[in-house]
Design a protein. Structure first.
Length: 219
């Protein structure tokens, strides 16, 4: 079975290489958003680009901002399961600060060049041991995409809870702290834990997929 993997804001398929999953992982590369494009319309284009939903058995995996896109794709298709890592399921799980910033339209006033934080700040916020990998990803980030993604994050309106959801959060995540009783907590996991705690996360995913996948056919 294929699992379509959507990376976090500014990241790419490099964050998936540390996972050891029992199913084929298909990294989904970001495409350039159209002007004023909503996250829903953007998700529809990714579905078409990768043929997501053309096969009966597939799963969706999203990391950080990629989890929002994964959620929207899951609402439009019928995956056997959806996996969210270091992300949120609904707008109620976003912090009040993020929601307030969205209402203020503050992001529109910030030049793109200021959206690339100093490396020392990024290291602290992401909390990673693999600083060289994070630095490389940040250096390759399209800041126009970053601005679009931050705006969509701040104004995300989803209230739909997903079926067959596997949601994994780190107890020390500073960017998107885990919320919701349905979150599987990884102790001392930070926002970049898909890399730093890849074995633990892989074990959780492999175990939960077997349960969720079997439940689909037993229902």
């Amino acid at each position: 079975m294929k699992i379509f993997g959507i990376s976090g804001l500014g990241a790419d398929k490099r964050v998936f290489k540390y996972l050891t999953l029992e199913h084929e992982l298909i990294p989904v590369d970001w495409i350039k958003p159209n002007k004023n494009e909503t996250i829903i319309d953007y998700s529809k284009r990714l579905i078409e680009e990768y043929g997501i939903g053309n096969q009966e058995d597939f799963g969706i995996l999203g990391v950080s901002f990629g989890g929002l896109v994964a959620t929207e794709i899951s609402k439009l298709t019928k995956p056997k399961f959806t996996i969210l890592i270091s992300s949120v399921e609904t707008k109620s799980e976003l912090s009040g600060i993020i929601k307030l910033a969205g209402k203020s339209n503050l992001i529109e006033l910030i030049p793109e060049k200021l959206l690339n934080p100093p490396k020392v700040i990024a290291h602290f916020m992401f909390g990673t041991e693999k600083k060289e990998l994070l630095n490389s990803i940040l250096d390759d980030t399209d800041l126009n995409f970053t601005k679009w993604a931050i705006r969509e994050l701040m104004n995300w309106s989803n209230e739909t809870e997903l079926k067959n959801l596997i949601k994994i959060g780190g107890t020390k995540d500073k960017l998107l702290p885990p919320k919701g009783k349905n979150t599987i907590l990884v102790q001392n996991g930070e926002h970049f834990m898909i890399v730093d705690k890849a074995k633990k996360i892989s074990d959780i995913i492999n175990s939960r997929i077997k349960t969720a996948y079997n439940n689909v056919y037993s229902s």
